[in-house]
Design a protein around this ligand. Sequence first.
Ligand code: MN
Length: 289
Amino acid sequence: MKKIVGVYRNPHMHWVGDGFPVKGLFSYSRFNQAISPFLLLDYAAPYHFEPTTAQLGVGSHPHRGFETVTIAYKGEVEHKDSSGGGGTIKTGDVQWMTAGGGLVHEEFHSKAFAKTGGLFEMVQLWVNLPAKDKMTAPKYQAIEAKEIPQIELENDIGHVRVIAGSYLDNVGPASTFSPVNVWDVTLKADQQNVFSVPVSHNTIVIMLSGQAVINGSDVQDSSMVLFENDGQTDFEFNALEDVHFLILTGEPLNESIEGYGPFVMNNREEIVQAVEDFNSGKFGQIPVA
Ligand code: MN
């Protein structure tokens, strides 16, 4: 069984813009190489928005050097970016956006969701790009819920949605620059399952809701479980309640990480360059209308 480095809980919410009430569950500034190629994860736990005509979210801002992955559980988000990408992600959908060499984008609640209001629940994950791909052209993968294989676990104890990578030979739709698995999992109360991950990958469990015991450690909602990359492949998951969690695994990039706000590169010079390029308009503009 894999050893656990630690269980890190953050029940505290902060606002990203005026549309995303998130709990930061991990960041490279704290864990650095231990979570490579993952950089950051924000969880917007279920939050009720009243109907509004206002546009809630985050206005125009840049990214360079990594990918942003938005998983919509409840509510809808509209994206638009300077490379011409954009669209609405709805319940069950995933947007896998490659910022690469640079883009500017905006992230707002959809007009339809704003009009009716209701519960909003999302995850945004940042995945690093290998140094050789950091300046790749921006790309936008809009992955609809129906494209994501949902594997029912034996004896009807829960399911695994394969967003990226593969689970028991079921391949997820996201195309990635380095080997990763992103599994979106539910388990019913009082059920157990053993998960096996690639032996060389860094491995994280993100507990979104419910309580569980993982390899003997108690884990509550809004927590990150970081495993040692110790040559073991398995961990045992005991659900004490109905649980919803993500399993993230990835081959470590083993490259230096230098981040500054929305830019994540390999060294300071590249960060200075990113700021200069953005300030001089090289990231382009979001098309109007
Ligand atoms: Mn963004």
